[in-house]
Write a protein that binds this ligand. Sequence first.
Ligand code: EPZ
Length: 417
Amino acid sequence: MDAIHIHGGNALFGETKIQGSKNAALPVMAAALLIKDVCTIENCPHISDVLHMQQLLQQLGCTVSHEENTLVIDARNLSMDTMSGENVTGMRSSITLLGAVLGRCREVTMAYPGGCVIGQRPIDIHLSALRKMGVAIYEKEGCFTARVKSLEGAVINLPISSVGATENVILAAVMARGVTVLQNAAKEPEIATLCEFLREAGAVIEGIGGSVLIIQGGHELHGVSFRVPADRIVAGTYLMSVIGAGGNVFLEDAPASQMRGMLKIADEIGAQIHISREGLHVIADEHKRALPYVKTEIYPGFPTDMQSPLMAALTTAQGISVIEETIFEDRFRVAAQLRKMGAGIELSGKRQAVIIGVDSLLGCEVTAEELRGGAALVIAGCMALGETIVKNRHFIERGYEDICRDYRNLGVDIRIG
Ligand code: EPZ
């Protein structure tokens, strides 16, 4: 069955190693497409989104191998510039290939990308930025064709600091003629990782880590060997699990410097956090405090991907917590499933959730509808008395390499079934 079974109600003890970052690996894989050489990407997680991206690259003519956690991409000979099928519509980050394929092939036809059910996920900002670089877009029956004679550097000011749009502009700009100035760029760590990868390949990018990026196009790129950092959202998921269920764990490789927003929240709830070069030591406080108000924000604020995991942890906090979701318009869907487990969650509109702490959750059968909501249900399963069955495990496998292995390392009675 496509499910996860958890016998919860016990604190977490032990240590687990944090996998490589999904949201860093995907744009780096797209960037490898720009390079007529061989690139090696280390610490790349075995997750279905990476597999789908791998298949898209192979569809375009790359040879790709994924041994252990090392990906080798040979993009010397591309064979086509049209992508379609489930791999494109079924995965949001396929849109990141748009800028890369245009940078290499000058034309691409693709279906509008799918993604989670957390919101409309439009790509208008991507398309309008690429138009400023000389790209013509022709839309037809749920697909679109993007075509450009020669990408031109431009001054682009993003109306929203979209992570994906920032990545697409960077990937097109390194191949464009002239300089691109990207204002209101997203500052998520995954953007800096992409820029560092491209810099190592020979690109000239200034302002890395900030909201204004200056990219000098036209530099010849060469193959690199690159290591993807650990996944801050996976580390944050396990952080919220200990806060929710209690215990004392060590999260090896957890990228603490990228987790300031969530560590601040963990401190407010009452967890003790010890940061070291090797990772994060987390000791939960059995009397976890409610959060009068917390909102999701762009980096370095509290990340939207951590909103559902936090909601799960707060279901048994003492008092009333309020979470505001400012990034996506429909990211509270998991509340209905948590209520089935006894959580006291009221939604006011689509942007605010009020969580009234209860003594404990009770295990039952729940259904994941998207990636981080699914992870939140596993957290709730660790907290709940009795057995919890989380259906639609495949959503969770988009972003977690082996969530059962990781939780078993932390002493949880968990299995797939
Ligand atoms: C990336 O999605 C991540 N995905 C998401 O993680 C993450 O939640 C999101 O950034 C925000 O941090 C990957 O990196 C693969 P956005 P992305 O463009 O790029 C609106 C996960 O769980 N918008 O920054 O799609 C959009 O609707 C996933 O790993 C437009 O209106 O996010 C949203 O409200 C979920 N028009 C806001 O901007 C556009 O053209 C932020 O979206 C693009 C975006």
